[in-house]
Design a protein around this ligand. Structure first.
Ligand SMILES: [Zn+2]
Length: 394
């Protein structure tokens, strides 16, 4: 008889709210941390609040490594390991979106482990993770990957762009300081693309095979938060980019919307311990073959992927539809809602708009079929299905 025992894990300590970053020194003291290496990307390092963050740390700031950009690759991790060794730090503070979070985790893994990062690839490792991993504190500055509440990192090979996963429970940040003030300057395009990543995590987690009603509940409330806040965040970002200065009431509404998305993003990553699905496999292939931004790739693929999934889980689609439209009577209304939201926040409606050409469908399908996400999709996906889903997204 199959096992009927299940594991639920919600271990991350999260301090959420405007100004949470100011608790950094207190949290470091509580963790017994003396000196930190900040790992961030080159854009975040240019933001006006970044020097303030270094100042908050006062004496415990050893160095900052900001050599992260785009889809993170091994050479960035190696440069970060050099920075770690030169810094004399005993902990890492990861500041930014998914890329610096993942690089920070990879640096932490390699701090005391020999060899090449990919020697420790999850499921294909040739060396054991048996040495101490320095603690990580995470400060997210986007609402998308939710990597701050996860214990894995995705790093690409510099030459092949193949994405590899490293995983260890010790890679889970010891504390997350989730401060929506840090998201107020996020451009509209990044807000939209990262928001679609969060939404895709929530939907795919809710639909994923397996039994985890705790994750299902978190996913549904997360979808509600996206429905309430994502379009508003993009609108606020566009108005700021157009040079508008907000009055106090508008600034308060903007902060509340950013807080809603920051929670939705963490809820997505917490929920997908249950699994992801076919959208992520399609998106991972687009990032490998075209270096497409992960959230953007998910946003473009999500409608076609969900049209494929609808027949497998009509009741679950109806439940999601009722979260975003209480009067919904058919799961198809949820797919229509995704298409409407996507268009309203400026996500391209087709793969063609991303520069994808149909003669590259073969390589895309070849990568997607090998991806580790679709085996938990509620409907089995064959090579022929991947072809059809990509075609549908054109
Ligand atoms: Zn994702």
């Amino acid at each position: 008889m199959a096992s009927t025992l299940h594991t639920y894990n919600f271990p991350t300590r999260i301090r959420f709210g405007p100004g949470a970053r100011h608790e950094l020194p207190t949290e470091l003291t509580a963790l017994g941390i003396q000196r930190v290496l900040i790992v961030t990307d080159k854009d975040v390092a240019q933001l006006p609040w970044f020097p303030e963050l270094e100042t908050i740390l006062v004496a415990s700031h050893a160095a900052t490594f900001s050599g992260v950009w785009g889809n993170p690759v091994v050479s960035q991790v190696n440069a970060g390991i050099d920075a770690w060794k030169a810094s004399g730090a005993d902990a890492i503070i990861a500041v930014g979106g998914g890329a610096p979070m993942d690089v920070a985790k990879a640096i932490a893994l390699m701090a005391n482990h020999p060899g090449h990062l990919f020697d420790y690839e999850d499921g294909h490792s040739t060396r054991a993770i048996d040495q101490p991993i320095p603690p990580i504190v995470a400060i997210p500055t986007t609402a998308g990957t939710g990597s701050e509440v996860g214990r894995s990192a995705v790093i690409s090979d510099d030459d092949t762009h193949a994405k590899k996963i490293v995983f260890d429970p010790q890679l889970l940040p010891k504390v997350v300081l989730a401060d929506p003030e840090l998201l107020l300057g996020l451009p509209a395009k990044i807000t939209a693309a990262t928001g679609m990543d969060a939404l895709t995590h929530l939907i795919e987690a809710f639909l994923a095979k397996g039994f985890n009603p705790l994750c299902d509940g978190i996913a549904l409330e997360g979808i509600h938060l996206v429905a309430q806040n994502l379009k508003a965040c993009v609108d606020f970002a566009q108005r700021l980019q157009a040079g508008e200065r907000f009055d106090e009431a508008t600034a308060v509404a903007h902060l509340a919307a950013r807080g809603g998305m920051l929670n939705a993003s963490m809820m997505g990553a917490i929920a997908f311990q249950k699994g992801l699905g076919v959208t992520h496999s399609c998106a991972h292939a687009l990032s490998t073959v075209y270096d497409t931004h992960h959230g953007l790739a998910n946003g473009v693929m999500l409608p076609a992927a969900m049209r494929f999934n609808l027949a497998a889980e009509p009741e679950r689609f109806l439940r999601m539809a009722r979260v975003v439209q209480p009067g919904a009577t058919d799961g198809r209304e949820f797919v229509e809602w995704i298409v409407g939201l996507s268009g309203a926040i400026g996500i391209p409606a087709s793969l063609g708009a991303l520069g994808v050409t149909s003669d590259r469908l073969g390589p895309l399908v070849a990568v997607a079929i090998k991806d580790g996400c679709h085996p938990l999709n509620p409907r089995a996906v064959t090579e022929r299905d991947f072809h059809a889903i990509y075609q549908d997204a054109f």
